[in-house]
Design a protein around this ligand. Structure first.
Ligand code: F3S
Length: 397
Protein backbone atom coordinates (compact mmCIF):
# COMPACT_ATOMS: atom_id res chain seq x y z
CA UNK A 1 0.00 0.00 0.00
CA UNK A 2 1.27 3.48 -0.88
CA UNK A 3 2.04 5.88 2.00
CA UNK A 4 3.24 9.43 1.37
CA UNK A 5 6.45 10.59 3.13
CA UNK A 6 4.56 12.17 6.04
CA UNK A 7 2.51 9.01 6.58
CA UNK A 8 5.72 6.93 6.50
CA UNK A 9 7.18 9.15 9.21
CA UNK A 10 4.06 8.76 11.34
CA UNK A 11 4.26 5.00 10.95
CA UNK A 12 7.95 4.89 11.82
CA UNK A 13 7.43 6.79 15.05
CA UNK A 14 9.15 10.00 13.97
CA UNK A 15 6.20 12.01 15.31
CA UNK A 16 5.94 10.04 18.56
CA UNK A 17 4.62 6.79 19.92
CA UNK A 18 0.94 7.75 19.93
CA UNK A 19 0.83 8.71 16.25
CA UNK A 20 2.74 5.56 15.33
CA UNK A 21 0.25 3.41 17.24
CA UNK A 22 -2.71 5.11 15.54
CA UNK A 23 -1.10 4.91 12.10
CA UNK A 24 -0.28 1.21 12.54
CA UNK A 25 -3.93 0.46 13.28
CA UNK A 26 -5.21 2.52 10.33
CA UNK A 27 -2.70 0.89 7.96
CA UNK A 28 -3.59 -2.59 9.22
CA UNK A 29 -7.29 -1.94 8.49
CA UNK A 30 -6.44 -0.35 5.11
CA UNK A 31 -4.46 -3.44 4.10
CA UNK A 32 -7.27 -5.75 5.22
CA UNK A 33 -9.70 -3.74 3.08
CA UNK A 34 -7.34 -3.80 0.09
CA UNK A 35 -6.94 0.01 0.01
CA UNK A 36 -4.28 1.36 -2.35
CA UNK A 37 -3.71 4.44 -0.18
CA UNK A 38 -5.19 6.58 2.58
CA UNK A 39 -7.44 9.60 2.07
CA UNK A 40 -7.37 12.80 4.15
CA UNK A 41 -10.51 13.27 6.25
CA UNK A 42 -12.21 16.52 7.16
CA UNK A 43 -13.98 15.44 10.34
CA UNK A 44 -14.41 12.49 12.70
CA UNK A 45 -17.12 11.30 15.07
CA UNK A 46 -16.42 8.73 17.77
CA UNK A 47 -19.01 6.34 19.24
CA UNK A 48 -18.53 3.80 22.03
CA UNK A 49 -18.54 6.48 24.73
CA UNK A 50 -20.91 4.95 27.26
CA UNK A 51 -19.32 3.20 30.23
CA UNK A 52 -22.32 0.84 30.05
CA UNK A 53 -21.04 -0.37 26.66
CA UNK A 54 -17.23 -0.15 26.84
CA UNK A 55 -16.59 -0.89 30.53
CA UNK A 56 -13.21 -0.76 32.28
CA UNK A 57 -11.33 -2.08 29.27
CA UNK A 58 -12.52 0.79 27.06
CA UNK A 59 -11.82 3.34 29.78
CA UNK A 60 -8.26 2.07 30.27
CA UNK A 61 -7.62 2.06 26.51
CA UNK A 62 -8.65 5.72 26.21
CA UNK A 63 -6.67 6.82 29.27
CA UNK A 64 -3.59 5.00 27.99
CA UNK A 65 -3.93 6.74 24.62
CA UNK A 66 -4.23 10.13 26.32
CA UNK A 67 -1.17 9.34 28.51
CA UNK A 68 0.81 8.55 25.38
CA UNK A 69 0.04 12.08 24.12
CA UNK A 70 -2.31 11.20 21.25
CA UNK A 71 -4.33 14.11 19.89
CA UNK A 72 -6.88 14.34 17.10
CA UNK A 73 -5.81 16.30 14.04
CA UNK A 74 -9.28 17.08 12.61
CA UNK A 75 -12.49 18.36 14.29
CA UNK A 76 -13.84 15.35 16.18
CA UNK A 77 -17.04 14.92 18.17
CA UNK A 78 -18.37 12.42 20.75
CA UNK A 79 -21.47 10.22 20.69
CA UNK A 80 -23.85 10.10 23.69
CA UNK A 81 -22.61 8.93 27.09
CA UNK A 82 -24.19 6.63 29.69
CA UNK A 83 -26.20 9.38 31.44
CA UNK A 84 -27.22 13.02 31.38
CA UNK A 85 -24.16 14.71 32.88
CA UNK A 86 -26.38 17.42 34.39
CA UNK A 87 -29.11 15.12 35.74
CA UNK A 88 -27.44 11.78 36.44
CA UNK A 89 -28.94 11.17 39.86
CA UNK A 90 -32.45 10.97 38.36
CA UNK A 91 -31.21 8.08 36.21
CA UNK A 92 -30.25 5.93 39.20
CA UNK A 93 -26.55 6.10 38.36
CA UNK A 94 -24.23 4.91 41.15
CA UNK A 95 -21.08 6.81 41.98
CA UNK A 96 -18.74 4.18 40.44
CA UNK A 97 -20.58 4.40 37.08
CA UNK A 98 -20.61 8.20 37.33
CA UNK A 99 -16.87 8.51 38.02
CA UNK A 100 -15.86 6.08 35.31
CA UNK A 101 -18.13 7.68 32.69
CA UNK A 102 -16.69 11.10 33.53
CA UNK A 103 -13.15 9.66 33.20
CA UNK A 104 -14.06 8.43 29.70
CA UNK A 105 -15.26 11.91 28.72
CA UNK A 106 -12.14 13.48 30.26
CA UNK A 107 -9.79 11.08 28.46
CA UNK A 108 -11.48 11.79 25.13
CA UNK A 109 -11.42 15.53 25.82
CA UNK A 110 -7.68 15.26 26.55
CA UNK A 111 -7.35 13.70 23.09
CA UNK A 112 -9.04 16.80 21.68
CA UNK A 113 -12.46 15.24 21.05
CA UNK A 114 -15.27 17.78 21.59
CA UNK A 115 -17.75 16.56 24.25
CA UNK A 116 -20.82 17.18 22.11
CA UNK A 117 -22.31 13.88 23.36
CA UNK A 118 -24.84 13.65 20.55
CA UNK A 119 -25.41 11.13 17.78
CA UNK A 120 -26.59 13.77 15.29
CA UNK A 121 -23.33 15.53 14.35
CA UNK A 122 -24.83 16.07 10.88
CA UNK A 123 -27.26 18.63 12.36
CA UNK A 124 -24.43 20.80 13.67
CA UNK A 125 -21.27 20.16 11.65
CA UNK A 126 -19.89 21.81 8.56
CA UNK A 127 -20.31 18.69 6.40
CA UNK A 128 -20.75 18.86 2.64
CA UNK A 129 -21.16 16.71 -0.45
CA UNK A 130 -17.97 14.80 -1.26
CA UNK A 131 -16.27 15.38 2.13
CA UNK A 132 -14.34 12.38 3.43
CA UNK A 133 -15.16 11.62 7.09
CA UNK A 134 -14.37 9.00 9.73
CA UNK A 135 -17.66 8.49 11.56
CA UNK A 136 -18.57 5.60 13.79
CA UNK A 137 -22.23 6.04 14.72
CA UNK A 138 -24.40 4.12 12.29
CA UNK A 139 -27.28 6.62 12.05
CA UNK A 140 -24.78 9.45 11.49
CA UNK A 141 -22.87 7.43 8.89
CA UNK A 142 -26.10 6.69 7.02
CA UNK A 143 -27.25 10.31 7.14
CA UNK A 144 -23.87 11.68 6.02
CA UNK A 145 -23.60 9.23 3.12
CA UNK A 146 -27.23 9.02 2.03
CA UNK A 147 -28.54 12.56 2.54
CA UNK A 148 -25.48 14.82 2.38
CA UNK A 149 -23.42 12.74 -0.04
CA UNK A 150 -20.33 12.83 2.19
CA UNK A 151 -18.11 9.72 2.26
CA UNK A 152 -17.54 7.61 5.33
CA UNK A 153 -17.34 3.97 6.17
CA UNK A 154 -19.22 2.56 9.11
CA UNK A 155 -16.17 2.54 11.35
CA UNK A 156 -15.87 1.13 14.84
CA UNK A 157 -15.27 3.67 17.65
CA UNK A 158 -11.55 2.93 18.18
CA UNK A 159 -10.84 3.03 14.42
CA UNK A 160 -12.60 6.40 14.02
CA UNK A 161 -10.47 7.72 16.88
CA UNK A 162 -7.24 6.46 15.29
CA UNK A 163 -8.32 7.96 11.96
CA UNK A 164 -9.01 11.28 13.73
CA UNK A 165 -5.48 11.17 15.20
CA UNK A 166 -3.76 10.56 11.86
CA UNK A 167 -6.30 12.66 9.89
CA UNK A 168 -6.72 9.93 7.31
CA UNK A 169 -8.89 6.91 6.53
CA UNK A 170 -8.31 3.92 4.24
CA UNK A 171 -9.42 4.80 0.71
CA UNK A 172 -11.80 1.86 0.55
CA UNK A 173 -15.47 0.96 0.91
CA UNK A 174 -17.81 3.94 0.74
CA UNK A 175 -14.90 6.37 0.23
CA UNK A 176 -14.78 5.00 -3.34
CA UNK A 177 -17.31 5.98 -6.01
CA UNK A 178 -17.39 2.41 -7.31
CA UNK A 179 -18.85 1.16 -4.03
CA UNK A 180 -21.62 3.73 -3.92
CA UNK A 181 -23.82 2.23 -6.62
CA UNK A 182 -26.98 0.26 -5.81
CA UNK A 183 -26.69 -3.50 -5.47
CA UNK A 184 -30.40 -3.95 -4.77
CA UNK A 185 -33.59 -1.95 -5.48
CA UNK A 186 -36.23 -1.89 -2.73
CA UNK A 187 -39.50 -0.69 -4.19
CA UNK A 188 -42.14 0.67 -1.79
CA UNK A 189 -44.41 2.13 -4.49
CA UNK A 190 -47.37 -0.17 -3.61
CA UNK A 191 -47.40 0.97 0.02
CA UNK A 192 -45.59 4.34 -0.05
CA UNK A 193 -48.84 6.21 0.62
CA UNK A 194 -49.74 3.97 3.55
CA UNK A 195 -46.31 4.50 5.07
CA UNK A 196 -46.77 8.26 4.71
CA UNK A 197 -50.32 8.25 6.11
CA UNK A 198 -49.31 6.09 9.07
CA UNK A 199 -45.86 7.69 9.63
CA UNK A 200 -44.40 4.21 9.45
CA UNK A 201 -40.87 5.26 8.43
CA UNK A 202 -39.23 3.46 11.35
CA UNK A 203 -40.85 0.16 10.34
CA UNK A 204 -39.92 0.81 6.69
CA UNK A 205 -36.31 1.44 7.75
CA UNK A 206 -36.15 -1.81 9.74
CA UNK A 207 -37.38 -3.62 6.63
CA UNK A 208 -34.76 -1.94 4.42
CA UNK A 209 -31.95 -2.92 6.82
CA UNK A 210 -33.01 -6.54 6.98
CA UNK A 211 -33.50 -6.81 3.19
CA UNK A 212 -30.23 -5.16 2.24
CA UNK A 213 -27.82 -6.51 4.90
CA UNK A 214 -24.38 -5.22 3.85
CA UNK A 215 -25.51 -4.22 0.33
CA UNK A 216 -26.17 -0.65 -0.85
CA UNK A 217 -29.90 -0.43 -1.64
CA UNK A 218 -31.75 2.09 -3.78
CA UNK A 219 -35.10 2.82 -2.16
CA UNK A 220 -38.00 3.79 -4.41
CA UNK A 221 -41.62 4.74 -3.85
CA UNK A 222 -41.42 6.51 -0.48
CA UNK A 223 -42.94 9.99 -0.21
CA UNK A 224 -39.79 11.43 1.34
CA UNK A 225 -38.24 14.74 0.24
CA UNK A 226 -34.91 16.28 1.33
CA UNK A 227 -36.39 18.67 3.94
CA UNK A 228 -38.10 15.91 5.95
CA UNK A 229 -35.21 15.47 8.35
CA UNK A 230 -37.23 13.94 11.18
CA UNK A 231 -38.66 11.10 9.09
CA UNK A 232 -35.37 10.54 7.25
CA UNK A 233 -33.47 10.30 10.57
CA UNK A 234 -35.87 7.67 11.89
CA UNK A 235 -35.86 5.75 8.61
CA UNK A 236 -32.07 5.62 8.23
CA UNK A 237 -31.38 4.91 11.90
CA UNK A 238 -33.73 1.92 11.73
CA UNK A 239 -32.08 0.66 8.52
CA UNK A 240 -28.69 0.93 10.21
CA UNK A 241 -29.91 -1.06 13.23
CA UNK A 242 -31.33 -4.05 11.37
CA UNK A 243 -28.70 -4.06 8.59
CA UNK A 244 -24.99 -3.49 8.10
CA UNK A 245 -25.04 -1.06 5.21
CA UNK A 246 -23.59 2.44 5.48
CA UNK A 247 -25.43 3.92 2.50
CA UNK A 248 -29.11 3.82 1.53
CA UNK A 249 -29.78 5.72 -1.68
CA UNK A 250 -33.27 7.23 -1.41
CA UNK A 251 -34.94 8.36 -4.61
CA UNK A 252 -35.76 12.11 -4.47
CA UNK A 253 -33.59 12.57 -1.35
CA UNK A 254 -30.03 11.34 -1.97
CA UNK A 255 -27.87 13.72 -4.01
CA UNK A 256 -26.15 10.79 -5.78
CA UNK A 257 -28.14 9.34 -8.65
CA UNK A 258 -26.13 6.42 -10.01
CA UNK A 259 -27.37 4.31 -12.89
CA UNK A 260 -29.25 1.17 -11.91
CA UNK A 261 -28.35 -1.63 -14.27
CA UNK A 262 -29.21 -5.30 -13.94
CA UNK A 263 -29.93 -5.11 -10.23
CA UNK A 264 -32.40 -7.32 -8.37
CA UNK A 265 -35.62 -5.55 -7.27
CA UNK A 266 -37.60 -6.44 -4.16
CA UNK A 267 -41.15 -5.14 -4.18
CA UNK A 268 -42.36 -4.47 -0.65
CA UNK A 269 -45.97 -5.28 0.15
CA UNK A 270 -48.28 -4.59 3.08
CA UNK A 271 -47.69 -8.06 4.54
CA UNK A 272 -43.94 -7.49 4.82
CA UNK A 273 -44.48 -4.22 6.66
CA UNK A 274 -47.07 -5.78 8.95
CA UNK A 275 -44.62 -8.50 9.93
CA UNK A 276 -42.06 -5.92 11.05
CA UNK A 277 -44.63 -3.98 13.04
CA UNK A 278 -45.96 -7.14 14.70
CA UNK A 279 -42.50 -7.87 16.04
CA UNK A 280 -42.83 -4.78 18.25
CA UNK A 281 -46.18 -5.06 19.96
CA UNK A 282 -45.53 -4.94 23.65
CA UNK A 283 -48.23 -4.58 26.25
CA UNK A 284 -49.00 -3.20 29.67
CA UNK A 285 -48.15 0.13 31.24
CA UNK A 286 -45.22 1.66 29.40
CA UNK A 287 -42.90 4.67 29.47
CA UNK A 288 -42.67 6.67 26.25
CA UNK A 289 -39.13 7.36 25.03
CA UNK A 290 -38.51 9.65 22.02
CA UNK A 291 -35.24 10.89 20.58
CA UNK A 292 -33.37 8.11 18.82
CA UNK A 293 -31.59 9.66 16.96
CA UNK A 294 -31.42 12.74 19.21
CA UNK A 295 -34.28 15.19 18.65
CA UNK A 296 -33.52 18.32 16.68
CA UNK A 297 -34.68 21.73 17.92
CA UNK A 298 -37.54 21.64 15.37
CA UNK A 299 -38.71 18.25 16.63
CA UNK A 300 -38.59 19.38 20.27
CA UNK A 301 -40.61 22.50 19.42
CA UNK A 302 -43.22 20.36 17.65
CA UNK A 303 -43.49 18.10 20.69
CA UNK A 304 -43.67 21.11 23.04
CA UNK A 305 -46.54 22.54 21.02
CA UNK A 306 -48.40 19.27 21.36
CA UNK A 307 -47.68 18.91 25.06
CA UNK A 308 -48.84 22.48 25.73
CA UNK A 309 -52.31 21.60 24.53
CA UNK A 310 -52.65 18.79 27.08
CA UNK A 311 -52.75 18.26 30.85
CA UNK A 312 -50.26 16.02 32.63
CA UNK A 313 -49.12 12.82 30.91
CA UNK A 314 -50.52 9.59 32.40
CA UNK A 315 -47.41 7.72 31.33
CA UNK A 316 -43.94 9.21 31.76
CA UNK A 317 -42.41 10.73 28.61
CA UNK A 318 -38.62 10.92 28.23
CA UNK A 319 -37.13 13.04 25.44
CA UNK A 320 -33.46 12.76 24.46
CA UNK A 321 -31.54 15.46 22.69
CA UNK A 322 -28.19 17.20 22.38
CA UNK A 323 -26.84 19.62 25.01
CA UNK A 324 -27.15 22.43 22.43
CA UNK A 325 -30.89 21.85 21.98
CA UNK A 326 -31.37 21.25 25.72
CA UNK A 327 -29.86 24.64 26.53
CA UNK A 328 -32.10 26.40 24.04
CA UNK A 329 -35.27 24.93 25.63
CA UNK A 330 -33.98 25.08 29.23
CA UNK A 331 -36.60 27.69 30.20
CA UNK A 332 -39.56 25.36 29.56
CA UNK A 333 -38.08 22.23 31.16
CA UNK A 334 -39.57 22.79 34.66
CA UNK A 335 -43.04 23.29 33.12
CA UNK A 336 -42.63 20.07 31.15
CA UNK A 337 -41.62 18.19 34.27
CA UNK A 338 -44.90 19.23 35.88
CA UNK A 339 -46.58 17.51 32.92
CA UNK A 340 -44.56 14.34 33.46
CA UNK A 341 -42.37 15.05 30.41
CA UNK A 342 -38.61 14.91 31.09
CA UNK A 343 -35.87 16.13 28.77
CA UNK A 344 -32.36 14.65 28.85
CA UNK A 345 -29.15 15.67 27.14
CA UNK A 346 -25.85 13.84 26.54
CA UNK A 347 -27.35 10.34 26.56
CA UNK A 348 -30.16 8.20 25.17
CA UNK A 349 -32.54 5.38 26.04
CA UNK A 350 -30.19 2.73 24.60
CA UNK A 351 -26.82 3.71 26.10
CA UNK A 352 -28.11 4.72 29.56
CA UNK A 353 -29.39 2.16 32.11
CA UNK A 354 -33.02 2.76 31.10
CA UNK A 355 -34.62 0.14 33.36
CA UNK A 356 -33.32 1.98 36.44
CA UNK A 357 -35.46 5.05 35.74
CA UNK A 358 -38.09 4.00 33.20
CA UNK A 359 -39.02 0.39 33.95
CA UNK A 360 -38.86 -2.35 31.34
CA UNK A 361 -42.00 -1.69 29.30
CA UNK A 362 -41.33 0.90 26.61
CA UNK A 363 -43.18 2.72 23.83
CA UNK A 364 -41.02 4.41 21.18
CA UNK A 365 -41.28 5.86 17.68
CA UNK A 366 -37.74 4.79 16.85
CA UNK A 367 -37.05 1.56 14.96
CA UNK A 368 -33.43 1.70 16.09
CA UNK A 369 -34.32 2.09 19.78
CA UNK A 370 -36.98 -0.63 19.43
CA UNK A 371 -34.47 -2.99 17.82
CA UNK A 372 -31.76 -2.56 20.48
CA UNK A 373 -34.05 -2.33 23.50
CA UNK A 374 -35.84 -5.51 22.48
CA UNK A 375 -32.44 -7.21 22.18
CA UNK A 376 -31.66 -6.00 25.72
CA UNK A 377 -34.83 -7.73 26.99
CA UNK A 378 -37.26 -4.79 27.15
CA UNK A 379 -40.92 -5.15 26.27
CA UNK A 380 -41.15 -2.71 23.34
CA UNK A 381 -43.99 -1.23 21.31
CA UNK A 382 -43.13 0.67 18.15
CA UNK A 383 -45.60 3.37 17.11
CA UNK A 384 -45.49 6.74 15.31
CA UNK A 385 -44.63 9.78 17.45
CA UNK A 386 -48.12 11.25 17.42
CA UNK A 387 -49.65 7.96 18.60
CA UNK A 388 -46.95 7.50 21.23
CA UNK A 389 -47.81 10.93 22.65
CA UNK A 390 -51.54 10.18 22.45
CA UNK A 391 -50.83 7.05 24.46
CA UNK A 392 -48.83 9.02 27.03
CA UNK A 393 -51.51 11.66 27.51
CA UNK A 394 -54.63 9.65 26.81
CA UNK A 395 -53.54 6.37 28.26
CA UNK A 396 -54.64 4.24 25.32
CA UNK A 397 -52.20 2.01 23.45
FE1 F3S B 1 -28.44 7.98 19.06
FE2 F3S B 1 -28.73 6.40 21.10
FE3 F3S B 1 -30.25 6.12 19.02
S1 F3S B 1 -26.82 7.07 20.28
S2 F3S B 1 -29.10 6.83 17.28
S3 F3S B 1 -30.18 7.89 20.36
S4 F3S B 1 -29.25 4.48 20.11
Amino acid sequence: MYLDPEEEKMLNGEFGEALALAMKSVVRVAEALGAERLVRIKNAHVSGISYKNIGDEGLEFLEELARKGARVSVPTTMNPAGFDTGNWMFMGIDSDFYKKQMRIIEALSALGVKPTLTCTPYLYGDIHYGDHLAWSESNAVLYANSVIGARTNRDGGPLALFEAVVGRAPLAGLHLEANRIPQLVIDFSDIGRTIEAESAYSAAGLLVGSLSGEKVPLVRGLELTPGRTSEIKLFLAAAGASGGTGLVLIENVSPEKPQVVGVETVKVDAGMLREVREAYLGGGEATVVLGCPHLSIEEIIDILRLVNERGAAKHKVFLYTSRTVYESVRGVIPKLKEKNVHVFADTCMVVSPLSRYAGTSIVTDSGKAAFYLKAQGYDVTLMPRQRALDYAFGGEA
